[in-house]
Design a protein around this ligand. Structure first.
Ligand code: NI
Length: 185
């Protein structure tokens, strides 16, 4: 397990350095440790700056049990390592959803992001992979992790400062706001 650095640590605010050789053996070890750390922490993504390494590399996954039931087309994504990734928004559509971060334990916030993206990056074998993601956790986690490589944390992107707080409080507030109005007969 690697130590996850928390918000306030300057490494999280730096633009991370490009990786010179995606096939470097030491990168393979780092990525394996990051995957183990992400899974152990119950996260869906982890970027190298979050373990104190200012490198353009992140790992992520979309597990079956984290799919949003409202996103009927979304499929699980196996653990993926991306080196020197690029992300591009496709179209103008955006959506707001609640995000958390392993570097900001306990806190969540509502963030507006593009719905439809294309992303690419190198694997640890030095091959390019390119995928599209539309809505749901997949598109969101890729954009969140990419932000870490740019030194951006989700509280810098809040769409509504009132929807930033401790997970249980925000989830309760959102659930209360969604309750249908009670009618008195
Ligand atoms: Ni994060």
């Amino acid at each position: 397990m690697l130590k996850i650095v928390r918000m306030g640590n300057p490494v999280l605010l730096k633009r991370a350095e490009p990786v010179a050789d995606a096939r470097a053996p030491e990168l393979r070890g780092l990525a394996a440790d990051m995957i183990e750390t992400m899974i152990e922490a119950g996260g869906v993504g982890l970027a190298a700056p979050q373990v104190g390494r200012s490198l353009r590399l992140f790992v992520f996954r979309v597990p079956e049990d984290r799919l949003d039931p409202a996103e009927v087309e979304e499929r699980p994504v196996p653990v993926t390592v991306l080196v020197n990734p690029e992300v591009e928004a496709l179209g103008d559509e955006t959506e707001v959803a609640v995000e958390g971060c392993l570097s900001i334990p306990g806190l969540v916030g509502a963030v507006e992001r593009p719905v439809h993206i294309r992303y690419r990056g190198l694997t640890l074998d030095g091959e390019w992979i390119e995928r599209e993601a539309r809505g749901g956790l997949h598109a969101r986690v890729v954009q969140h992790e990419y932000d870490h490589l740019e030194g951006v944390l989700f509280p810098m992107r809040l769409s509504d400062a009132a929807l930033f707080g401790f997970r249980e409080e925000i989830e309760a507030a959102i659930a209360a706001a969604r309750q249908p109005e009670e009618t008195c007969a």
